[in-house]
Design a protein around this ligand. Structure first.
Ligand code: PEP
Length: 269
């Protein structure tokens, strides 16, 4: 069926020239057999038109990447393959780590870097996140750089400052040519997995803080090309409200991407 071949490329949003991206972050869920089953069900429940204006990426655990790569290629499914993390070194004595080049060889297009769970549970610093983003870009893949404030930072009215310093760390020393390829995900930590999403207006404040931090280093033209997702307790009931905001170019979805029914409902919302 031609319209569902891997050659389908989502069209940019005519309002701003940026192509929407909805990404499913499966975290440490689903073995490779469950992952295959989910992608097959997702493919069957999505309509051709769902791919026209939105790029969809799935981010399985490392152990399922090869299986999902083969499924997407063999069945010509126009879903992009994503990873949840990588290490910034190219190779060497880093037990347990996976390099960007290993992901690139698996046909990975997007790599999430700096997810708040990586920052908080595994102690990743802004500098680590910047090095990971550069490693991903160096292999012609696209980092999805996660930024966002904690609840206590929000309560101290530090949201915009926190976002700006997280963005600064990634973009300050980067060329504008590379910077415009980035995707950012504004994910307030208190909204992730909590069932309490941000208000759409708060998500816009976060997205604007990302864009102005980029503009400070690279100018408005570059910053207007960068895509910014919102993430944090997105579901089919609230997805449209976020996507209706002109500054939000997509969604990073955790829990609601773990079943074909829920993820399809978000994409079709
Ligand atoms: C996430 O994992 O980035 C996320 C936003 O999770 P959830 O949608 O479950 O809040």
């Amino acid at each position: 069926m031609a319209a569902r071949s891997r050659d389908v490329v989502a069209k940019p949003n005519p309002r701003n020239g940026r192509c929407r991206l909805i990404s499913g972050n499966w975290k440490m869920n689903l073995n490779h057999l469950e992952a295959i089953s989910l992608v097959q069900k997702l493919h069957y429940s999505l309509r051709d038109s769902d791919y026209q204006f939105t790029e969809i990426s799935v981010h399985p655990p490392f152990t399922a990447l090869r299986s999902i790569q083969l499924l997407l290629e063999t069945d010509r499914i126009p879903i992009s393959l994503g990873a949840q993390n990588c290490y910034f070194e190219g190779s060497g004595a880093y037990t347990g780590e996976v390099s960007a080049s290993m992901l690139s060889k698996l046909g990975v297009k997007y790599v999430i870097v700096g997810h708040s769970e990586r920052r908080d549970i595994f102690g990743e610093s802004d500098e680590d996140v910047a090095m990971k983003a550069n490693a991903v870009l160096g292999l012609q893949m696209t980092p999805i750089v996660c930024v966002g404030e904690s609840l206590s930072q929000r309560e101290r009215f530090e949201t915009e400052g926190v976002i700006q310093s997280q963005v600064d760390a990634v973009v300050a020393a980067m060329s504008s040519e590379l910077c415009e390829q980035l995707v950012f995900a504004y994910e307030p930590k208190w909204a992730i997995g909590s069932g309490v999403p941000a208000e759409p207006a708060d998500a816009v404040v976060g997205a604007n803080a990302v864009r102005s931090a980029i503009a400070k280093h690279h100018g408005e033209d570059v910053s207007s090309k960068v895509r910014i997702q919102y993430g944090g307790s997105v579901n089919s009931a609230n997805a449209k409200e976020f996507l209706d905001q002109g500054e939000i170019d997509g969604l990073l979805v955790g829990g609601a991407s773990l079943t074909a029914e829920a993820f399809t409902a978000v994409i079709q919302a």
